[in-house]
Design a protein around this ligand. Structure first.
Ligand code: GLC
Length: 643
């Protein structure tokens, strides 16, 4: 039982929402988490030197609770009582850049009807906080954690929006860029002026001795555009750790003051009406000489510390781990041992995402199955964000040993995937780019919009109707998987209408080095305006996705209760899994990853073909199984329910 479940045990006994009750419940949560908070705190900051900081933290928590608006405090209580609300099959998400989608926050409010039409009720807004004027990594260089960048509007606009979203039952996720600030953040400015206190908020060094030692083991995140992990700041006359870009200064969490201040920043942000916090780059939050400084046990302790403190103050807010790391590392962000279920409630299912792209390129599900069978189990309280792609590049973060074990050459296979998606292979339907190719080791990642990577852009250029149909089927099938897999599906804005790559970034000086901008297109409202009136590839994709979302919402079995069973298909091009439940009918998902029709034996569908009939709820049609085999069309998606 995790701490959140403990809180729900005592909360249900206090149904009123009077001030005094809310305070009493806070005290109770605080007391319940206190020993864990203390142990975590002193594990990171040894008691001998840090008891004063601990006392400061203990004084800070009630003050932070006091600052939380009452409407959110009562919502917190509702959520505690409801428990695991983020696992519901009712949720479907969309990720977007406000400026690319609706210009600003007021514009976004006007688009609520569009979300409702599609069935989206969970939004991930990319950073809207102030950032440096020139390069700013799409806002991931933060000048302030709880103000709004004027390009998007004002704080009032944001508050108006969050109220409206709450009225409409739409959840909001924003980033908390916890690992680094921009070089224009108030602390960085003071550090540059020579303020020693604020220099200690970052990793600053007089000379290259320690940076050199760190760099023995630190990998490079952006080797082409931002090589190395340290930047010399002329004004400060010191080196500062900058693991991402030179203008993103890594925060020094080995200083407890940084943790306490960042907790305050986090609360000020969620108090604006945020439901889910995307903890950006959280794997990097603790640095240790002689290590890669990623996924360290101390980083996990730190995140749990944030979790347990925030849980006392704002228990209705949950964390998404942005840990795009190896499968056995991702799972650890749900918490291990005594911290199981006490770290992040949600994580990106980056493993599934990358493997789906592998299956598309190879037209085989072999590596996908191999990995899925070997994935560690997540805690019951935890869930995934299932996505095809996000605003970032697609990393091929699955393990080499499984590629090897199925008899494929690891290097060749990885090279093939990059070539396939960059369109370097003549027959490849894909039009993407290779991101951060490292000639030293052949590593690279992929950028491109879903539609372009899945062949739509090229097919449209060639005016090839068969290829267009094929690409549409692939787009629908890939979404059909993330909608049914268990977790919150997250659509990247524009993918629902088959938006292709945006090449305009090449003419922007501040973006042209970063090909991730190719997959962050502007929303095409002219296309949207014609969806109902004209049949096109856009409308075909939109209405197919809308239909799938509707079906998803009607079937609570698709909520995530660790109720997914893989079926071992004999056909290497096919993926089959069941979403099971003791209470209701299950759903069997069947997908053909091949461009040719594929045959499977009806017994592979288990009980779903036993009575010789089932219903494909994707299109609401009955299926008959009179023959021993069934044929799947190219890239066909079935969601079967026993009829
Ligand atoms: C995360 C973001 C990415 C950003 C990086 C640094 O990985 O998704 O866009 O570049 O963090 O903040």
């Amino acid at each position: 039982m995790n701490q959140a479940s403990l809180h729900s045990l005592h909360t249900s006994k206090h149904p009123t929402t009077k001030d005094s009750d809310l305070n009493a419940l806070f005290e109770l949560r605080f007391a319940t988490n206190l020993t864990m908070i203390k142990d975590l705190f002193f594990s990171l900051y040894p008691e001998e030197n840090n008891s004063a900081s601990f006392e400061k933290l203990l004084k800070t928590l009630p003050a932070l609770f006091k600052s939380r608006p009452n409407s959110l405090k009562t919502q917190d209580i509702d959520r505690i009582c409801e428990g695991d609300w983020y696992k519901s099959a009712q949720l479907t998400g969309m990720q977007l850049y406000v400026d690319h989608f609706s210009d600003d926050l007021t514009g976004l409010e006007k688009k609520i009807a569009y979300f409702e039409k599609l069935g989206v009720n969970f939004l991930h807004l990319m950073p809207i906080t102030p950032r440096p004027k020139d390069e700013n990594d799409g806002g991931y260089a933060v000048n302030n954690y709880h103000e709004i960048d004027p390009r998007y509007g004002t704080k009032d606009d944001f508050l108006k929006l969050t109220h409206k979203l709450r009225d409409k039952n739409i959840l909001l996720m924003v980033d908390f860029v916890a690992n680094h600030t921009s070089n224009e953040f108030s602390w960085a400015k003071k550090a540059k002026e020579g303020n020693v206190k604020y220099q200690s908020y970052y990793y600053t060094f007089e000379d290259r001795q320690l940076p050199n030692a760190f760099e023995q083991t630190l990998p490079e995140i952006f080797p082409m555009t931002s090589p190395g992990n340290f930047t010399y700041d002329q004004e400060m006359e010191k080196w500062v750790m900058t693991v991402f870009n030179r203008y993103q200064w890594d925060l020094n969490y080995s200083n407890p003051e940084v943790f306490i201040e960042m907790l305050g920043n986090l609360l000020r942000l969620v108090n604006l009406g945020v439901d889910v916090v995307r903890l950006d780059a959280l794997a990097f939050m603790w640095k240790k000489l002689g290590t890669q400084s990623q996924n360290l046990p101390e980083a996990h302790a730190l995140i749990s510390l944030f979790r347990l403190c925030l849980q006392a103050i704002a228990p209705g807010v949950v964390f998404l781990a942005e840990a795009i790391v190896a499968p056995n590392e991702i799972i650890k962000y749900f918490g291990l041992g005594t911290m199981k279920g006490n770290e992040c409630e949600i994580a990106y299912n980056a493993t599934l995402m990358a493997l789906l792209w592998d299956a598309i390129a190879t037209q085989k599900t072999t590596l996908l199955y191999k990995n899925l069978y070997n994935l560690p189990k997540k805690p019951l309280e935890a869930t995934w964000i299932n996505y095809i792609r996000c605003h970032d590049d697609i990393g091929l973060g699955f393990e080499d040993r499984y590629i090897d074990e199925i008899g494929w050459d690891v290097k060749q296979h990885r090279k093939f995937l990059l070539d396939y998606y960059a369109g370097n292979i003549e027959w490849s339907p894909s039009k993407g780019e290779i991101f951060m190719y490292n000639p030293k080791n052949g590593d690279g990642r992929i950028t491109g919009s879903s539609a372009s990577l899945l062949g739509l852009e090229k097919a449209l250029e060639l005016k090839n109707k068969i290829k267009i149909k094929e690409a549409i089927s692939k787009i629908i099938m890939m979404h059909g998987i993330i909608f049914s897999y268990g977790g919150i599906p997250l659509i990247y804005a524009g993918d629902e209408i088959g938006t292709v790559n945006d090449y305009s970034y090449l003419s922007d000086l501040n973006k042209k080095e970063d090909s991730r901008w190719i997959n962050r297109p502007k929303q095409d409202w002219n296309v949207v305006a014609k969806l109902d009136a004209e049949i096109s590839h856009h409308s075909e994709i939109f209405f197919a996705l809308q239909g799938l979302i509707r079906v998803r919402k009607k079937n609570p079995v698709l909520a995530d209760n660790n109720n997914l069973v893989l079926y071992n298909s004999q056909n290497p091009h096919v993926l089959i899994y069941e979403r099971t439940s003791e209470k209701e009918e299950g759903i069997l998902i069947v997908c053909n990853f091949n461009q040719s029709p594929q045959t499977i034996r009806k017994i592979e569908l288990g009980a779903y073909s036993e009575k010789n009939k089932s219903k494909n709820i994707v299109i609401g049609k009955s299926m008959k199984f009179d023959l021993e085999t069934i044929e799947l069309k190219p890239y066909e998606l079935l969601w079967l329910k026993k009829a």
